[in-house]
Design a protein around this ligand. Structure first.
Ligand SMILES: NC(=O)c1ccc[n+]([C@@H]2O[C@H](COP(=O)([O-])OP(=O)(O)OC[C@H]3O[C@@H](n4cnc5c(N)ncnc54)[C@H](OP(=O)(O)O)[C@@H]3O)[C@@H](O)[C@H]2O)c1
Length: 302
């Protein structure tokens, strides 16, 4: 049996479905059993638990062949110490993996997780890797994906309210864009193969590197707004936008830090792009399949 933490997440749901489709026995964990019923309908065992509850995780992990481990996001206004939130989840996961004598873990890390600090929320994933690496006898594969394409869904609001794509990133620095579907599929494949031993890292570069100006051009073509461009917002503008979206001041600081780290290439992939670390979904396909429907829905509703 495979156990999937964060099973309702964008990546976790793909991992769970990938394994179910391969005929594997799967146990999915999330905070709310109702949100897990789609997996139960496909034959999965559902397990409602808070990700920071060690006793529940021991039970959930018992008997597992392998576990997909992730640190959930918590960006709401009441989140005043995100690193402490990440630590609480790790404090629950580590003893649970040890007590349940788990032999294999695929963990969701990130590009930039090689750096201990100066990377915003990614510093927590550095810790996740370090703590998993300290578990004797555990075989762990840390997946280090690039920048999620889904982050650019926020451009729909920018386009509708400001007639431009915008954000804290430099317009001309290129980032490795990856779809969360590809991340989940890579994790599912690794869980089926279980061909990693000891402590390993696998970078996932997505399909292509793009600058934010290139991202805006692709979106502009899809929404038939060929003049669409991208402007880099000031930190103050980004802070105001995120406050309006109910992000806490603390999280905003971390987001500004990660943006600075990406702009300065403090966060960067360590390997050159190759067929092995690239994944199939192009940004164009993501835009047509995911961003464009959202844009159309918003324009119809407004
Ligand atoms: N964004 C990027 O570009 C990027 C790049 C590399 C790595 N990462 C990492 O990827 C991970 C996120 O993966 P993802 O996109 O698959 O996740 P996601 O879809 O954003 O995860 C959402 C899930 O997290 C749980 N959750 C939400 N708020 C919570 C809270 N306050 N307390 C506990 N659980 C909560 C919810 O599950 P339930 O309600 O069902 O419990 C929800 O379904 C993070 O660790 C992030 O650092 C992100």
């Amino acid at each position: 049996m495979y156990v999937i933490t964060g099973a309702t997440s964008r990546t976790g749901s793909v991992v769970a479905n990938y394994l179910i489709e391969k005929g594997q026995q799967v146990r999915v964990i999330g905070r709310n059993a109702e949100r897990l019923t789609t997996f139960a309908d496909k034959g999965a065992d559902i397990f409602a638990a808070d990700p920071a509850d060690p006793a529940a995780l021991i039970k959930a992990f018992c008997g597992a062949k392998a576990v997909y481990v992730m640190l959930q996001p918590n960006y709401i206004a009441t989140s005043t110490d995100f690193r402490a939130f990440q630590d609480r989840i790790m404090d629950a996961i580590m003893p649970a993996l040890e007590k349940a004598k788990i032999k294999y873990v695929v963990s969701l890390s990130s590009w930039g997780a090689d750096k201990p600090e100066g990377t915003g929320p990614v510093a927590g994933l550095h810790q996740l890797e370090q703590r998993l690496n300290r578990i004797a006898g555990l075989n762990v594969l840390h997946l280090r994906p690039g920048y999620f394409m889904e982050n650019t869904l926020s451009q729909v609001d920018n386009i509708l309210t400001r007639n431009t794509a915008a954000g804290p990133f430099s317009p001309n620095v290129s980032f490795p864009f990856i779809s969360t579907h590809d991340v989940g599929s890579a994790a599912g494949e690794a869980l089926i193969k279980l061909d990693f031993l000891g402590k390993q890292v696998r970078e996932l570069h997505g399909s292509q590197n793009l600058t934010m100006l290139e991202v805006a051009a692709i979106i502009g073509k899809a929404i038939q707004h060929p003049a669409l461009t991208y402007i880099q917002d000031s930190q103050e503008q980004t802070r105001r936008d995120l406050l309006n979206l109910n992000f806490s001041e603390h999280i905003i600081q971390l987001i500004l830090e990660v943006a600075d780290a990406m702009n300065a290439s403090h966060i960067q992939m360590l390997e050159p792009r190759s067929a092995d670390n690239s994944t199939p979904t192009s940004y164009e396909r993501f835009v047509y399949e995911t961003l464009l429907p959202l844009y159309k829905q918003r324009t119809t509703n407004s």
